[in-house]
Design a protein. Sequence first.
Length: 328
Amino acid sequence: MRLRQALVLVAASALPIAVLTAPASAAPVLAAPDIPVANVQAHLTALQNIATANGGNRAHGRPGYKASIDYVKGKLDAVGYQTQLHTFTYNGTTGYNLIADWPGGDPNNVLMAGGHLDSVSVGPGINDNGSGSAGLLEVALTVAKQNLQPQKHLRFGWWGAEELGLIGSTRYVNSLTAAQRAVIKGYVNFDMTGSPNPGYFVYSSSGQPAGSTTIENALKAGFQAKGVPTELTSVGGRSDHAAFARANIPTGGTFSGAEGIKTSAQAQKWGGTAGLAYDRCYHRSCDTTSNISATSLDRHTDVMAHALWSLSGAPARTATLDCVRCPL
Ligand code: DPN
Ligand code: CA
Ligand code: ZN
């Protein structure tokens, strides 16, 4: 590969030369970091505490929702994200999407990742969808910690009022001009990633906008790198990626299962209990921090990072690391 040859030549010359980054198309991508699951769990504890302090839920129009938005926004603002609250009205109440842009990258080539931050009104919504929300937050914080400078511009979204019919994500996509929609080259969705009797599902690209296969493959590769077998699933209109797919934006995502029942074949390859729902507390008051498989949360979040690093074209090395025998 070109970059390797360049490095060999530089090493042989024994001169202080900084190797220039290889052309974009040839640049190998940086391996994604392993996201510490304890950090994701800490965000889930915070979301649980927010629900507990606000009537037991984080639902649209309730104070626990806005407190959830403020928690995520505060963490992102502190590390240099450009955040915006996108407000909308639904059921006579103000709803909020949080949009967070990581400065840099090609503004005409945007990769988005998101998930819904609202819960149903009967419970705290820790697996649905504290799990995806917390994973996205920790991955976004890791982007900042590493000062990642990918080729694509990275944007994260936390959606409101998903549980009432994909309201927030639909309003966001509808708020964009045709030109703003056209620069979004992909959207990756995470809705339920810590199911207590977990599955490792990747959204099927079949019937999705052209380009969705690239996202499906990146997510499958992430699980494969961890030795975790996957199944494809057709999520259809059941989560926020559908709002993007309707605008012809390539989509994908991962999912650990909701009310569906784990088969014996699945229990054999994934562990857990056959004949039982992936998430027995789906849309119930028992969807608390006790309703989380740490293994599932860890794996799905690591795969999220793996896919974002590869799909965004994270560079193999920074200019400093490229420097071989550099002058002090
Ligand atoms: N959209 C989900 C909910 O919030 O209830 C559940 C779900 C996610 C179902 C992904 C299917 C696939
Ligand atoms: Ca991890
Ligand atoms: Zn959900």
